[in-house]
Write a protein that binds this ligand. Sequence first.
Ligand SMILES: Cc1cc2nc3c(=O)[nH]c(=O)nc-3n(C[C@H](O)[C@H](O)[C@H](O)COP(=O)(O)OP(=O)(O)OC[C@H]3O[C@@H](n4cnc5c(N)ncnc54)[C@H](O)[C@@H]3O)c2cc1C
Length: 152
Amino acid sequence: MKKISVIGGGAAGLACAVFLARAGEEVTVLERGERVGRKLSATGNGQGNVTNLRMGEEHYFSDDRAKVARALARFGSRETVSFLQSMGGVFLPDGRGRVYPASRQASAVTDLFRRELARLDIEVKLGARVTALSYDGTFHLTFDGGTMSKVK
Ligand SMILES: Cc1cc2nc3c(=O)[nH]c(=O)nc-3n(C[C@H](O)[C@H](O)[C@H](O)COP(=O)(O)OP(=O)(O)OC[C@H]3O[C@@H](n4cnc5c(N)ncnc54)[C@H](O)[C@@H]3O)c2cc1C
């Protein structure tokens, strides 16, 4: 088991923490704010538009569309929905393929993450702003209110 610190408790950091903990790693999320998922709770006009079933590389700005297509082939809207469902949520598309939680509350998505973090025993440090990160064979991470050193 590795000890892994995830910097930032937004959608990306929370998903990353869940995947790592499910793989058996010991994970700590360091979030500078007073709660995780703040932006996530506001998405889709507060209704939580988490993905679109008609997702394709043509919808992204990129100078490497093939790279976008490869990333979407590995983890696209189907995988996104099934990941969110694996935490116990119910998600439904509207007529334009936009997928929302059945409650149409973005905060319900954040709640799913909070429950999964607790279930997987993921430590969350709030008010922990990372101010420095270095590597000399060991990772040294400094955050407001403390430091951590972890061997790779
Ligand atoms: C009003 C609004 C509507 C939106 N609507 C949609 C939508 O309909 N559909 C859609 O797909 N997307 C939508 N988005 C975009 C979507 O919410 C974001 O793309 C997504 O939440 C970004 O997640 P993230 O984890 O990449 O970044 P963030 O949510 O920004 O998370 C980064 C986290 O890292 C923390 N952090 C940063 N620096 C440090 C540090 N030094 N130390 C510790 N912590 C740190 C921050 O506090 C934050 O919690 C919307 C966004 C907003 C604001």
